[in-house]
Design a protein around this ligand. Structure first.
Ligand code: ZN
Ligand code: ZN
Length: 744
């Protein structure tokens, strides 16, 4: 090549090697005079930014940098490098006096997949501003459109679409593919589909993009339909199959999943690790552990994802023993495997086992727990109320300098709140400077749970002052706070402002909170009107809230409607039957009570036994109604008798009518009422804890009126603080009063 003989050093500093005019630049770079120059060839061999910077220095010395192609190659190398060289590339770019279209495109492309895709658009506008030099071409549009997709900026994307059409690029398949991706990312699947239909000759990417769009956009049926259609004209590839599997997993349709699996084998594209993992995920989620196991055993290569998918699959189906066996046979039990096991137990209703595994990890001393381990374990602590273990983890985090991410702080606040130590939760909350919306929301929830509705609202206001935008979770917690404290005016006001002021669309949870709040406060009509006005079908939680309100206000007619809706959605909801039979009992309709009991017996509904647990010196003690299995049983009953005598001398009489009003415990005998599990736990707490230690009890059902009264009296009589977490909220008994102010 003639260019190679040009002496580089003799090139002037700001020369212009025949700058291509806009008309000739609408292709890729064509001024490659120095493409075989040794320095340029060297660029391609660089493996780190230090080497690239050395070459940059060399190019400045020998003048090569002022050649557009050579400079572009360097910009390109920096921007494509894995070592975050985009900003450096940008600086280089700014030094090139008249960059060619190739260089512009390189930078636009690099930014479109960086952390700051907006830069891509800014450079594009700069390019338009200098349209006397270059014009965007068909290589520019796919990447600016990608940037618009990253930013979910509908308007910008539409403008770009229009510009491309005006530049007669409207039938370019790369641009059209990027438009499908853009519209699908913004949630406009119909627009994406229209673009797809208008592509004259569709390639595999066109099909993959539209199928992925539908699969990820919660329209799995259309994704699968398109996949069938695609096969009449084109052979699918791995990407297609990954998307179709996502669709199957969303549909939870095992049959179609199996069909896709056979399709993969028929097309000879199986065998890759990613695809096999996606198949495993599909099989475990669609409920066929058999298929998953068969595939797993056949897989030539397995990674941590394959193993953990199986563990989670077994745990989800309640097969904990196999989950554990699977874990034990893993070749390499790194921390990710432990985390999978812990979170599998924690998220599938077995938090105690999750804690046991965490203990085992501690004892084994290797590997070391990480932030993910702590988040799962703290959540398990919150579920069982294990405040000692939770506090120990907090100490460990501090001692070992584990980085406190927002996620971890949220978990700590949640754990302390749910374990009954609101002050500790507040302490953690105020110790952090940079709080994200989840941290704020967790603290609002903590205050709500403990009946501090006003404080929760104040905190919400503070959150606004520091410009943290509330989200759907914040509002659920805030409305819950209003509901628990009976702040109806405030609750109505927040609910009304949610969408117009804060841009949060009320979801079904928010409606359930509102129905609960209005119902409790006796505004049954308003609650019913709200349900009628719901834009989505009401879920069981909404009817449950209405039913609970009817129980409180003795409205049989509305209760019957609410319970029939509730049982339609959840035929096995034991609580609904008990609530309804209590409502009948309260209004003297004994025939209906008998009828309900008969029906419960007929369909084989068993009541969940009331169970209370208390943590003493880091170990758990559980009690059920009338329990006498505890090793200290004798002392516990002696204490109960003592309490009973003292209470009688204070003029207390067990409230027999409470038996009928028990929300979830339907025992009809005074004896049973006397021996509700929380009373046993309180008695045990009194004999085994030091005077200064509060009693913290977790109960699986709602506390009954009699136990609530007794707890209040005990807190005064024995000068003892009692925290009782029932299924719905916290009761903090102190000096004869409860934090719920008898509103629960
Ligand atoms: Zn009770
Ligand atoms: Zn209370």
């Amino acid at each position: 090549m003639a260019a190679a003989s040009i002496p580089i050093t003799s090139l002037p500093w700001h020369h212009s090697v025949s700058l291509p005019s806009p008309t000739t630049s609408i292709t890729v770079n064509n001024d490659r005079y120095f493409s075989n120059h040794p320095t340029i060839l060297l660029i391609k061999q660089c493996s780190n930014s230090k080497q690239l910077k050395q070459i940059h220095a060399q190019m400045l010395r020998n003048g090569l940098f002022s050649d557009p192609f050579s400079a572009s190659t360097l910009v390109s190398a920096f921007s494509m490098s894995s070592f975050q060289g985009v900003d450096y590339a940008h600086k280089l770019f700014d030094q090139i006096p008249k960059p060619n279209i190739y260089t512009w495109n390189v930078l636009i492309r690099a930014y479109s997949s960086s952390q700051v895709p907006v830069q891509s658009l800014l450079i594009f506008t700069r390019m338009l501003y200098r349209c006397d030099q270059v014009l965007p071409n068909k290589f520019t549009y796919p990447f600016v459109i990608k940037a618009a997709a990253e930013l979910l900026d509908m308007r910008v994307g539409e403008v770009l679409h229009g510009m491309a059409v005006k530049m007669s690029l409207g039938s370019d398949v790369f641009i059209l593919n990027s438009l499908i991706h853009f519209y699908a990312s913004c949630g406009c699947l119909d627009s994406a589909y229209r673009v797809f239909l208008n592509i004259p000759v569709r390639d595999v990417v066109s099909w993959n993009t539209i199928i992925t769009g539908f699969a990820q956009g919660d329209r799995p049926d259309e994704a699968i339909e398109l996949f069938r259609e695609m096969q009449t004209s084109l052979k699918p590839d791995k990407v297609t199959m990954m998307s179709v599997l996502t669709a199957c997993t969303k549909k939870l349709d095992l049959e179609i999943g199996r069909w896709v699996h056979s399709n993969i084998e028929r097309n000879g594209i199986g065998g890759s690790l990613n695809l096999n993992n996606a198949l495993l995920d599909m099989y475990t989620k669609c409920g066929s552990l058999e298929d998953a196991k068969k595939l797993f055993n056949k897989m030539p290569e397995k990674d941590i994802v394959s193993w953990t998918t199986m563990i989670v699959g077994y745990a989800k189906s309640g097969n904990y023993i196999t989950a554990r066996k699977h874990f034990d046979t893993m070749p390499n039990q790194d921390i990710a495997a432990w985390n999978a096991l812990i979170s599998a137990y924690e998220q599938n209703g077995n938090p105690k086992e999750a804690l046991a595994i965490f203990n085992e990890l501690q004892v084994s001393n290797e590997p070391k727990p990480d932030a993910v381990t702590f988040v799962s374990t703290l959540s398990a602590c919150a579920q069982v109320g294990a405040i000692y273990m939770g506090g120990w983890i907090h100490g460990y985090i501090k001692k070992h300098g584990v980085k406190l991410s927002c996620h971890l702080i949220t978990s700590l606040i949640d754990m302390y709140s749910k374990c009954g130590d609101l002050n500790k939760a507040l302490e953690v909350f105020y110790s952090v400077d940079d709080k994200d919306v989840f941290i704020w929301s967790a603290m609002v929830a903590g205050l709500a749970m403990h009946g501090h509705g006003r404080d929760a609202i104040d905190l919400f206001k503070k959150m606004q002052e520091v410009n943290v935008k509330p989200n759907a979770v914040t509002f659920t917690n805030l409305l819950c706070a209003c509901s628990h404290t009976g702040l109806v005016e405030e609750g109505r006001d927040f609910f009304k402002k949610m969408q117009p002021v804060y841009g949060v669309v009320p979801g079904v949870k928010h409606y359930a909170c509102m129905v609960d709040m209005l119902g409790r406060a006796g505004h049954l009509d308003e609650a019913i009107e709200l349900i009628k006005a719901m834009p989505m079908p009401p879920l069981a939680s909404v009817w449950g809230a209405l039913l609970g309100a009817c129980k409180l206000h003795g409205n049989v007619e509305v209760a019957e409607q609410a319970s029939s809706h509730l049982l339609e959605l959840e035929p096995w909801n034991h609580g609904a039957y008990v609530l309804m039979s209590n409502i009948y009992a309260k209004s003297g309709k004994w025939d209906k009570v008998a009828m309900l009991r008969k029906r419960m017996k007929y369909i084989g509904l068993k009541k969940e036994p009331g169970c209370s647990s208390i943590e003493v010196d880091a170990s758990f003690h559980e009690f059920v109604v009338g329990d006498n299995t505890h090793p200290q049983s004798k002392r516990i009953y002696a204490k109960l008798n003592e309490i009973s005598e003292k209470l009688k001398s204070m003029g207390y009489e067990p409230n027999r009518s409470q038996v009928l009003q028990c929300v979830e415990e339907e025992d009809m005998q005074e004896q049973a009422l006397h021996l509700h599990s929380e009373k046993l736990a309180i008695a045990f707490g009194l004999i085994s804890l030091k005077q200064a230690q509060p009693i913290r009890i977790m109960k699986n059902l709602r506390v009954c009126g009699d136990c609530h009264n007794v707890a209040k009296l005990i807190s005064k009589l024995y000068n003892k603080e009692i925290f009782l977490r029932d299924r719905y909220r916290f009761h903090h008994f102190k000096a004869g009063d409860c934090s719920c102010k008898d509103y629960w």
